[in-house]
Design a protein around this ligand. Structure first.
Ligand code: AHR
Length: 503
């Protein structure tokens, strides 16, 4: 089968906001405890953080990590996580039916962010709590010494403000599962007043208001409209979440799901524009897609704990999806969608980062390794920075549940003007046939292939596990060539590609 990709130097979507390669870390299962933090581990640093995990995280060059939740944040008392660690209370976590000894809190998280060279995106609790705790938390984190909260932070060992600029106003407040769920109007009011108070402290903060938990919510997209009517000029981003499942074991339908994601983003973009027009506002609100990933492999095994039949375990194995080769293709398609929508999506967070639906897994006392999905995230984060090109893609396609004529070829391209490179991210959704792709590049010099990384040739259910950590890994590609000054590449059935050319 054949496909054609046309690109023009001046036909661009947007300069990509690097923050679309961000991640999320929640106090959930083993994400924090025995994920990033394991004081007894042979690689633990002086703060009890695993150095082997930190290295895998650092390699990803992650711009921001969202913390501490998630559903967890909606009943979280941030004060429990500060002060002498051995005096912190153990609390029951109502979101995940577990307990948390609070050994990690905002100080430990901040130190870890420094170690892994990332920035904090913090969430305030607007579920069980509200404006007052939010402003106190903000003052504790960013306030000057000489004030009550600033002095307390100093007493706890950090005189300098942490200077966190990006804040989420609650989490998934539309969800019936959320502690303190609200109607759109209730949440809109609380979010507005909280934003007002936080801005009174620092008008330069970037604030993220909750959109729908997913696009199948009954209240979507009215939720977005109402919440934005209340908050539009006081916030900067509206948060969306989406998880992808192949419970039905239908690969064609599964790999078409980024079309649903694309429609979701488009609808919320229209809603933002509607409210902006209604308000005669000049202010621009963008999308923070701050939870996305494949999530379904662990649903069955998690039931015992989530239904409350295991007591209140501390850091149990929860949401530990073991990703396969099929998920590599899916994660590649999802990230391509964010690149193609980079005009409106300014933040996106893979959910999550370690152990919990995560690209990195750990064994207590043992190794840390890369899941299959680490690689498409890695390639995008490292090479997907620059300007998104608006490609014209001609590819044969197939009809799926969520869309007709889904192209077998999913493609995105990023132009790095300073380096003089274009990086293509390509997925062949066809499991039977190869795709011969011919590129037509306009306004660039003659292309020279400088790198081609391929993940292909595995059974769809192939995984990387504790015992077999390297089953699914990228290999150097051999099928990209320049013929008569034109770039061509052969994509084998079910394959992921990162193809870089100097132009
Ligand atoms: O990432 C797991 C959970 O998914 C988060 O806590 C919540 O926000 C979402 O429902």
């Amino acid at each position: 089968m054949e496909a054609k990709v046309t690109a023009h130097r001046d036909y661009t979507i947007s300069k990509i906001d690097d923050r679309i390669y961000s991640a999320f870390l929640e106090h959930l299962g083993r994400a924090v405890y025995s994920g990033i933090h394991e004081p007894d581990h042979p690689t633990a640093d002086k703060d009890g953080m695993r150095k082997d995990v930190a290295q895998l995280v650092r390699d990803l060059n992650i711009p921001f990590v969202r913390y501490p939740g998630g559903n967890f944040v909606s009943a979280y008392n941030w004060e429990d996580g500060v002060g002498p660690a051995d005096q912190r209370p153990t609390r029951l976590d109502l979101a995940w039916h577990t307990s948390d000894n609070n050994r990690v809190g905002v100080h430990e998280f901040a130190a870890w962010c420094k170690t892994v060279k990332t920035n904090m995106m913090l969430a305030v609790n607007l579920g069980s709590r509200g404006l007052d705790e939010a402003r106190n938390f903000l003052e504790y984190v960013n306030g000057p010494t000489g004030s009550y909260w600033g002095d307390l932070r100093k007493k706890h060992g950090h005189a300098e403000p942490f200077d966190v600029k990006l804040w989420c106003l609650g989490n998934e407040m539309d969800g019936p599962w959320q502690i303190g769920q609200k109607t759109a109007a209730e949440y809109g009011r609380v979010a507005y007043e909280t934003a007002k108070a936080m801005r009174a402290f620092d008008k330069k903060l970037e604030l993220v208001v909750c959109g729908s938990s997913h696009s199948d919510m009954k209240t979507y997209p009215e939720w977005e409209r109402i919440v934005l009517e209340h908050t539009y000029d006081s916030i900067d981003h509206i948060s969306l979440h989406m998880y992808f499942s192949n419970q039905a074991k239908n690969t064609a339908n599964f790999l078409a799901l980024n079309h649903k994601l694309d429609t979701y983003i488009g609808t919320v973009e229209s809603t933002i524009n509607l409210v902006r027009a209604n308000k005669r506002s000049k202010h621009k609100v963008h999308i923070s897609f701050d939870e996305w990933n494949v999530w379904y492999h662990s649903r069955e095994q998690d039931k015992t704990i989530l239904e409350g039949n295991a007591g209140w375990p501390h850091a149990p194995r929860l949401l530990e999806d073991i990703y396969n080769f099929e998920d590599v293709l899916q994660v590649g398609c999802i990230i391509n969608t964010f690149i193609r929508r980079s005009n409106i999506v300014h933040i996106a967070c893979i959910a999550q980062l370690v152990n919990v639906i995560a690209p990195i897994m750990t064994e207590p006392g043992g190794p840390a390794w890369r899941q299959t999905t680490y690689y498409p995230y890695y390639f995008a984060s490292i090479f997907g920075r620059g300007t998104a090109l608006n490609l014209a893609v001609k590819s044969p396609g197939y009809d799926a549940d969520v869309a007709d004529n889904v192209p077998y070829l999913d493609a995105a391209a990023v132009h790095d003007e300073a380096e003089g490179t274009i990086t293509f991210f390509l997925i062949n959704r066809n499991g039977k046939d190869s795709l011969d792709v011919a590129f037509s590049l306009h306004g660039f010099g003659d292309p020279v292939v400088i790198d081609h990384q391929v993940i292909a040739g595995h059974p769809l259910d192939a995984t990387n596990t504790l015992l077999n950590q390297h089953t699914v890994e990228p290999k150097k590609g051999t099928t990209a060539h320049v013929v008569d000054q034109s770039l061509v590449v052969k994509l084998p059935p079910y394959s992921y590609h990162m193809l870089r050319v100097k132009v």
